[in-house]
Design a binder for this molecule. Sequence first.
Ligand SMILES: *Cc1c(COP(=O)(O)O)cnc(C)c1O
Length: 228
Amino acid sequence: MTDIEANLRRIREQIETAARKAERDPDAVRLLAVSKTFGAERVEEVARLGQTLFGENRIQEAQSKIPAVNRPGLEWHLIGHLQSNKVRQAVGLFHVIESVDTEKLARRLDQVCSEADRTLQVLIQTNIGDEEQKSGVSADALLPLVRVVASLEHLDLRGLMAIPPFFEDPECTRPYFRRLFELRSRVEDRLGLRLPELSMGMSQDFPVAVEEGATIVRVGTALFGRRD
Ligand SMILES: *Cc1c(COP(=O)(O)O)cnc(C)c1O
């Protein structure tokens, strides 16, 4: 068994264990393999093991990598900051944009999708730790942004994404995951809509995120190994 195969198996087991602990259906949690900095061959290697969901954080890297991956049926998520002037490229490459965080970006995505006569799934990135250096809409501004995005005809708003503050001890991240879960419930109640997806949890803390309701965990290092 290769390292990557062992890693993938262990991560899947950890997801399943965490889901059962929280009395959740393990199939309700999807693993997003974060392949940033790793080449197309690495993606193909993981895809051959049955992994279909992949994440990238930079348009430029994705532009050379995604078309180079020779494997049908993969689903690509953009998990990094997206500038309005890169929207056209992003729409051409990705199935889901997880990093929508401003009205301007949402309207631009809607416009480009309208021209292409397609619908795009999106998540709203929420700055759950209110960290100045991080992208994402603040918790206070989330409700009005959800209202706008949900109204855009060519965007299919699926849920929320967050990158909480980093802690060595994943238990310290738990309150942030819980806050995102509660925020989602509040927005659903207030606006009378459903936001089924919660993208939260990375290599360091994904089992805790699963316990707290994640439906997508974004795992890079624990699967592919350390990035240079
Ligand atoms: C890189 C990245 C990840 C994966 O991080 P690891 O710690 O390597 O698992 C997850 N989410 C986002 C937004 C990232 O940029």
